[in-house]
Ligand binder design. Structure first.
Ligand code: GZL
Length: 324
């Protein structure tokens, strides 16, 4: 059969279009590249959060570019700019503080790279600068801590002043601002419950111990309760309380937040009264969100995680079940 020139051209065009489809299909099959800027490695919670993200990326077949900012905002800005230069498919980050992100997020938007917030929120002038925020409700975590303390005071200090010292998280961070807000919202109903000293321990054990030592040295007010914005600072404070010759959870009641393994061990040892859970295992949800966002699927603007409250009496039983 004589093959006309037109026929050959048609076959060539068909071949090209198939190759084109094939190459775009191959392109579609190339692993999604996610650039992730992590706050740092300041606490047990953060370590569990990072492990969850790394493990989930492997499971999901996603190429993860992971940058540890050592709790410095300028390092996160640098990392995000690097991800933009590398033309990653999607950027995610846990912002160390709430403000100062508009410029770099606008650069990502101009580069048409979607941004997912995990763990902590940002305050920006234009909410379209990020696609979605997945993380805990820190105000509610603060309320839960406050509700536990109001109940504890009714049973253990039914009359008189209850002096509280507070170890705040990183200055300017969403968890520090919101946990304080939620806690104060609840305790204000009980004027006897007073925060007499409050200072940042930057979410670390070392700083938590150092600030608690200073609180204990002050001696101007008897300390009845410690409210710590995370378990690592509470564990550092427990060391300071013991070194001062006092019994943690007995001479000074301690309410904390995160629910890390170290907190369960402290509760089982009778040194911590309660921890409010803050779930760091965001990895699997983040990877699904990254795929959905890149595929152009609609995603909720705000996704919160379900969390509980764990008191010392259940710690030993619960410890084997803890995933972080
Ligand atoms: C909370 C997270 C906080 C933890 C701390 O989601 O941002 O940062 O409570 C961690 O342990 O350092």
């Amino acid at each position: 059969m004589k093959t006309t020139r037109r026929h050959l051209l048609a076959m060539a065009a068909l071949g090209l279009s198939l190759a084109g489809t094939a190459s775009s299909a191959l392109a579609a099959d190339k692993p999604l590249v996610l650039g992730f800027s992590q706050v740092g490695a300041e606490s047990e919670w953060r370590t569990a959060n990072s492990n969850s993200i790394k493990d989930a990326a492997k499971q999901a077949g996603i190429t993860l570019k992971f940058a540890d900012a050592q709790q410095k905002q300028e390092n996160q800005v640098k990392a995000i700019r690097s991800f933009i230069a590398q033309k990653v498919d999607v950027i995610a980050f846990s912002p160390v503080v709430e403000s100062g992100w508009d410029t770099v997020l606008r650069e990502a938007k101009n580069a048409k790279i979607p941004v997912i917030l995990t763990d902590r929120a940002v305050k920006v002038s234009d909410p379209s600068l990020y696609v979605t925020f997945i993380g805990s409700d820190f105000v509610e975590e603060g309320r839960k801590a406050g509700r536990w303390l109001v109940d504890w005071a009714k049973k253990n200090a039914p009359t008189g002043e209850v002096n509280i010292v507070e170890l705040q998280g990183t200055v300017g961070s969403a968890p520090a601002l919101d946990r304080k807000r939620g806690f104060e919202e609840i305790i204000q109903a009980e004027p006897r419950l007073k925060i007499v000293r409050s200072q940042s321990g930057d979410f670390t054990r070392a700083k938590g111990k150092e600030v608690m030592e200073a609180f204990l040295k002050a001696k101007d007010k008897k300390i009845h309760v410690l409210f710590a914005h995370n378990d690592d600072m509470a564990i550092g404070a427990i060391q300071a309380i013991e070194e001062a010759g006092l019994k943690p959870a007995k001479d000074i009641a301690i309410v904390s937040i995160d629910g890390v393994r170290g907190a369960f061990q402290a509760m089982a040892a009778g040194k911590l009264n309660v921890t409010v859970e803050c779930n760091p295992m965001l990895g699997p949800q983040l990877m699904q969100l990254a795929k959905d966002v890149v595929a152009g699927k609609p995603v909720a603007k705000r996704i919160t995680t379900e969390e509980g409250v764990f008191t010392a009496d259940v710690a030993a039983k619960e410890l084997p079940n803890r995933k972080y």
